[in-house]
Design a protein around this ligand. Structure first.
Ligand SMILES: [Zn+2]
Length: 63
């Protein structure tokens, strides 16, 4: 959820002050941007996060 909060601009931590983020896929420290400069992975929201969020959304819709 940290990535979602960060994408929404909610979190404020030291990493943002340094303008670098650690890639969730390759753990490369990359300049803060939408994609990892090393492997091209989405940095703000991982595919796992998207899948989980979608699953939660569907579950709430059913309930
Ligand atoms: Zn990467």
């Amino acid at each position: 959820m940290t990535f979602v909060l960060r994408a929404a601009g909610i979190t404020k931590d030291d990493d943002e002050a340094k303008n670098v983020v650690r890639c969730p896929r390759c753990h490369f420290l990359t300049p803060d941007s939408e994609y990892c400069s090393n492997c091209g992975a989405l940095l703000k929201v991982t595919e796992d996060d998207l899948t989980r969020l979608e699953a939660n959304r569907l579950m709430y819709r059913v309930l």
